[in-house]
Design a protein around this ligand. Structure first.
Ligand code: SF4
Length: 133
Protein backbone atom coordinates (compact mmCIF):
# COMPACT_ATOMS: atom_id res chain seq x y z
CA UNK A 1 0.00 0.00 0.00
CA UNK A 2 1.31 3.45 -0.91
CA UNK A 3 2.14 5.74 2.07
CA UNK A 4 -0.58 8.29 1.21
CA UNK A 5 -3.16 5.54 0.97
CA UNK A 6 -2.05 4.06 4.29
CA UNK A 7 -2.24 7.49 5.96
CA UNK A 8 -5.78 8.12 4.68
CA UNK A 9 -7.02 4.75 5.83
CA UNK A 10 -7.93 3.80 2.26
CA UNK A 11 -7.85 0.07 1.60
CA UNK A 12 -7.97 -1.52 -1.87
CA UNK A 13 -11.26 -3.24 -0.98
CA UNK A 14 -12.77 0.27 -0.54
CA UNK A 15 -12.49 0.67 -4.31
CA UNK A 16 -15.62 -1.41 -4.78
CA UNK A 17 -17.51 0.75 -2.29
CA UNK A 18 -16.26 3.92 -3.91
CA UNK A 19 -16.97 2.71 -7.46
CA UNK A 20 -14.96 4.23 -10.28
CA UNK A 21 -13.84 7.30 -8.37
CA UNK A 22 -14.96 10.86 -7.90
CA UNK A 23 -13.49 14.30 -8.46
CA UNK A 24 -12.80 16.91 -5.77
CA UNK A 25 -12.21 20.42 -7.12
CA UNK A 26 -9.83 22.98 -5.64
CA UNK A 27 -12.65 24.63 -3.65
CA UNK A 28 -13.76 21.32 -2.15
CA UNK A 29 -16.77 20.72 -4.40
CA UNK A 30 -17.24 17.05 -5.22
CA UNK A 31 -18.35 15.78 -8.63
CA UNK A 32 -18.82 12.28 -10.13
CA UNK A 33 -15.89 13.10 -12.45
CA UNK A 34 -14.02 16.16 -13.69
CA UNK A 35 -16.17 16.06 -16.84
CA UNK A 36 -19.56 15.73 -15.15
CA UNK A 37 -20.67 19.05 -13.60
CA UNK A 38 -23.21 17.71 -11.12
CA UNK A 39 -22.18 18.92 -7.66
CA UNK A 40 -22.54 16.21 -5.02
CA UNK A 41 -21.40 18.21 -2.01
CA UNK A 42 -18.31 19.86 -0.55
CA UNK A 43 -15.59 18.31 1.58
CA UNK A 44 -15.31 21.53 3.61
CA UNK A 45 -18.88 20.98 4.82
CA UNK A 46 -19.02 17.17 5.07
CA UNK A 47 -16.50 14.34 5.03
CA UNK A 48 -15.85 12.68 1.69
CA UNK A 49 -17.45 9.36 2.77
CA UNK A 50 -20.55 11.31 3.89
CA UNK A 51 -20.76 13.13 0.56
CA UNK A 52 -20.29 9.86 -1.29
CA UNK A 53 -22.80 7.91 0.76
CA UNK A 54 -25.43 10.65 0.35
CA UNK A 55 -25.07 10.96 -3.41
CA UNK A 56 -28.10 9.32 -5.02
CA UNK A 57 -26.69 10.39 -8.39
CA UNK A 58 -23.71 8.06 -7.92
CA UNK A 59 -25.93 5.18 -6.90
CA UNK A 60 -27.98 5.64 -10.05
CA UNK A 61 -24.93 5.88 -12.29
CA UNK A 62 -23.40 2.73 -10.79
CA UNK A 63 -26.61 0.74 -11.29
CA UNK A 64 -26.55 -0.72 -14.80
CA UNK A 65 -30.30 -1.45 -14.63
CA UNK A 66 -30.99 2.33 -14.59
CA UNK A 67 -29.16 3.02 -17.86
CA UNK A 68 -31.20 4.01 -20.91
CA UNK A 69 -30.99 3.54 -24.68
CA UNK A 70 -28.31 1.24 -26.05
CA UNK A 71 -26.41 1.22 -22.72
CA UNK A 72 -29.58 0.03 -20.99
CA UNK A 73 -29.98 -2.81 -23.50
CA UNK A 74 -26.30 -3.70 -23.71
CA UNK A 75 -25.00 -7.10 -22.56
CA UNK A 76 -21.78 -5.40 -21.44
CA UNK A 77 -23.34 -2.66 -19.30
CA UNK A 78 -22.45 -4.41 -16.03
CA UNK A 79 -18.75 -3.99 -16.86
CA UNK A 80 -18.85 -0.86 -19.04
CA UNK A 81 -21.81 1.46 -18.35
CA UNK A 82 -20.49 3.87 -20.98
CA UNK A 83 -19.39 7.43 -20.30
CA UNK A 84 -21.89 9.13 -18.05
CA UNK A 85 -20.12 12.44 -18.72
CA UNK A 86 -20.58 12.17 -22.49
CA UNK A 87 -24.21 11.13 -22.06
CA UNK A 88 -24.82 14.19 -19.87
CA UNK A 89 -22.93 16.57 -22.17
CA UNK A 90 -24.90 15.54 -25.25
CA UNK A 91 -28.37 14.83 -23.82
CA UNK A 92 -28.51 16.47 -20.37
CA UNK A 93 -29.29 13.01 -18.91
CA UNK A 94 -26.42 11.20 -17.21
CA UNK A 95 -28.31 7.89 -17.54
CA UNK A 96 -28.72 8.18 -21.32
CA UNK A 97 -26.73 5.99 -23.72
CA UNK A 98 -23.12 6.90 -24.41
CA UNK A 99 -23.49 8.78 -27.73
CA UNK A 100 -19.97 7.96 -28.91
CA UNK A 101 -20.12 4.20 -28.47
CA UNK A 102 -19.96 2.35 -31.77
CA UNK A 103 -21.40 -0.88 -30.41
CA UNK A 104 -24.92 -2.08 -31.19
CA UNK A 105 -26.13 -4.30 -28.31
CA UNK A 106 -26.85 -7.88 -29.26
CA UNK A 107 -24.48 -8.01 -32.23
CA UNK A 108 -21.73 -10.08 -30.60
CA UNK A 109 -22.37 -13.82 -31.14
CA UNK A 110 -23.22 -15.56 -27.89
CA UNK A 111 -20.17 -17.86 -28.08
CA UNK A 112 -17.91 -14.80 -28.09
CA UNK A 113 -19.46 -13.29 -24.97
CA UNK A 114 -17.11 -15.37 -22.82
CA UNK A 115 -14.33 -13.17 -24.13
CA UNK A 116 -16.19 -10.03 -23.06
CA UNK A 117 -13.20 -8.24 -21.54
CA UNK A 118 -11.21 -8.42 -24.81
CA UNK A 119 -14.23 -7.28 -26.81
CA UNK A 120 -14.79 -4.39 -24.43
CA UNK A 121 -11.16 -3.29 -24.86
CA UNK A 122 -11.77 -3.23 -28.61
CA UNK A 123 -14.88 -1.08 -28.13
CA UNK A 124 -12.92 1.33 -25.93
CA UNK A 125 -10.22 1.63 -28.63
CA UNK A 126 -12.90 2.28 -31.25
CA UNK A 127 -14.46 4.97 -29.05
CA UNK A 128 -11.05 6.55 -28.46
CA UNK A 129 -10.21 6.67 -32.16
CA UNK A 130 -13.61 8.30 -32.86
CA UNK A 131 -12.88 10.98 -30.23
CA UNK A 132 -9.45 11.94 -31.58
CA UNK A 133 -10.57 12.33 -35.20
S1 SF4 B 1 -20.49 -1.07 -24.85
FE1 SF4 B 1 -21.45 0.83 -25.57
S2 SF4 B 1 -23.67 0.45 -25.48
FE2 SF4 B 1 -22.63 -1.09 -24.19
S3 SF4 B 1 -22.65 -0.22 -22.11
FE3 SF4 B 1 -20.68 0.30 -23.08
S4 SF4 B 1 -21.01 2.35 -23.98
FE4 SF4 B 1 -23.04 1.47 -23.55
Amino acid sequence: MRPAAAKSGYRPKDRKRFGKGIFVSNNGDVFPSSFLPIRLGNVREDSLPEVYAGAAVLEEMHDASKLKGRCGACEFNHICRGSRSRAYAVTGDYLAEDPYCAYQPGTVPREELEDAEAILDEIRLTNFSRRVR
